[in-house]
Design a protein around this ligand. Sequence first.
Ligand code: FAD
Length: 460
Amino acid sequence: MSNSKIIIIGAGPGGYVAGIRAAQLEADVTIIEENQIGGTCLNRGCIPTKSLLASTEALLLVRRASELGIEVGEAVPNFSRMMERKNRIVSGLRGGVDYLLKANKIKVIKGKAGFLDSHKIHIETDTGTQKLEGEKIIIASGSKPLLLPFIDFNHSAVLTSEEALELKEIPKSLLIIGAGVIGCEFASIFNPLGTKITMVEMMDQILPTEDKRVAQAMQQALQKRGISIFTKTKLEEIIEYREDGITARFDNGEKVTTEKILISVGREANTKGLGLENLLLRVDGKGNIIVNEKMETNLEGIYAIGDVVGGYLLAHVAFEEGIVAAENALGIDSKIDYTSVPNCIFTSPQIGTVGLTLDKAKEEIEAKLARFPFAASGKAQAMGEAEGLLQLIVEEDSGRILGGQIIGPHAADLIHEIALAVRWGLTTEQVASTIHAHPTFSEAIMEVAKKAEGKPIHLT
Ligand code: FAD
């Protein structure tokens, strides 16, 4: 490989991983970042939410300590310490990414980048404007919360995920508009803290992109925890903004008054100010940059990765797309494969899904479903975490594993065994005949594979 000059716009998970892979291939890499290294994932997404969820999960565990035979006093959240811990974790990890970029001799310029033409970039920095020329340019500018035009986002009661992560006090009540992944994760953060939560979703199920059985199980779990959920309901307007909250009206005429409202109705590609219009770069109807499986745009030498191309808005997909783009930019033929992308929701209980749902599989082939409830798992019973189930989608003739859905303990970790099976075309026979340690949560995957084989051991 050469000392090709590669410019990357954005230092989120897509951009910094693309930079590291390009540097490994001996390119001369410059990353331009207008905000903080680590992007949404590290600063305003994956890591801060998971840090807060770790605190609320600890709270829930302490609250059920007596069930495990341990007597403790009342568990009381200390919100400012939870937030301080979250900030400490984020800044520590940011320092780690910074170190990786330096160790790979990647130059980082702080500023806002825009295209002058297909090889030239201008950068607005604190000290003025710079120009930079690159042989290959990778756009990794990410996404931002989708705003509803009829809502005043300057009002202190109105939150996107970004403000929700910076609150100083626990809200007494919270209306969550949009019960997708982000809405459900915030419900799982604030519900154990004592916030009265109402969730409103305009589709006919929460988690609209998930398998309906899994979404139903999650809805029941959230309702059991006291969260009010309204599906097929649309926010029409906020009829009153007050100092201490808002009153919202829905399309069914109902009104709800809460201290805060979180709008989590989706994300939009971050392309404003990039000067794409100067380039005739193709975008779709939603403003996502159109790319092929090599992450190439319609313009030679320009690649796009991560949230800005739409599709899966996931950090691990951005990581992989970053690697694919860097390799193609440096002469290695590399293609993205989305068949086994794990999708994890860090609610309590957790959700992990991969590959096809039963309904999707049946559109193409003869497929069946095997199910294993965590109630039948010795480990889950021992841990007092026997809520939920695991299901495998299997091709009838071959026994090939096509997908899986898990709702329950450690689902976000367990799903990877099924992802491996989907990725490499493993059969239920192969998984069922692999000895799994006892007692573990992973055993449930062996058990469900045995069930699909018609040879269940710990099930009838
Ligand atoms: P981003 O992370 O958005 O990074 C883009 C970067 O580009 C930003 O730093 C931005 O400042 C910079 N930039 C933009 N325009 C310019 C410009 N013109 N010049 C210079 N810099 C620019 N995903 C998961 O996989 N797991 C999770 O648990 C998870 N949790 C999430 C929780 C929340 C609340 C949110 C909002 C998201 C979550 N995500 C999660 C999604 C994940 O954060 C994104 O998919 C991921 O960050 C996308 O990476 P990216 O590199 O494409 O973009």
